[in-house]
Write a protein of this length. Structure first.
Length: 183
């Protein structure tokens, strides 16, 4: 009983933290440190969102005029960073592993006179992103795809595959039935 009560109190505090930082959300559960938040843009989070920050806190930042859309039942493990200058979309039932990063921008020019050009990122439904994965600007990850630990996603990964490497390449097709979701 006490454990359940503490969970709801902690969730209420976490939800208040998100809302005070300009994030549109329902109940949010935080385990460990509260995430760093920048809701200068539009950040919308679905139901049953969980953020873990026991070892390292997560960061979610949408700069002015940018948007981050996070679906229902999404889990961010510790140290995850999501940054948007334009747009990042994460589908329902997605799990993102420790110390992964999702960026739609390089945040600086690579050469003099060549300004950065943000490109939207879309992560489908029921995706599992392993530990230490980097998702680069302009990337699209299809529904039900698994991205192996330490991979770098650049470009498009189709639905229902296991991808690995730098850049991430399809290693195996997955037989995932409609309606199945990661638990």
């Amino acid at each position: 009983m006490l454990k359940t009560t503490l969970f709801y109190v902690r969730s209420a505090v976490c939800t208040a933290w998100f809302r005070l930082n300009g994030i549109h959300c329902s109940l949010v559960a935080c385990d460990g440190q509260m995430p760093g938040l920048d809701g200068s843009g539009n950040v919308q989070i679905g139901k049953r969102f969980v953020v873990r920050g026991v070892v390292a806190r997560c960061e979610i930042a949408a700069k002015a005029n940018a948007q981050i859309l996070i679906g229902d039942r999404v889990f961010l493990n510790q140290g995850v960073v999501i940054g948007a200058v334009e747009s990042v979309e994460i589908g329902d039932d997605t799990l993102i592993g420790d110390f992964s990063a999702v960026y739609d921008s390089n945040y600086h020019e690579l050469e003099p006179g060549h300004p950065d050009k943000p490109r939207p990122v879309r992560i489908g439904k029921n995706v599992w992103i392993g530990s230490g994965v980097l998702v680069l600007p302009g990337s699209v990850i299809g529904d039900h795809t698994v991205v192996a630990a330490r991979s770098v996603v650049k470009g498009t990964l189709p639905p229902r595959v296991l991808a690995a490497g730098n850049p991430a390449q399809v290693v195996k097709e997955l037989d995932i039935p409609e309606g199945w979701r990661r638990g």
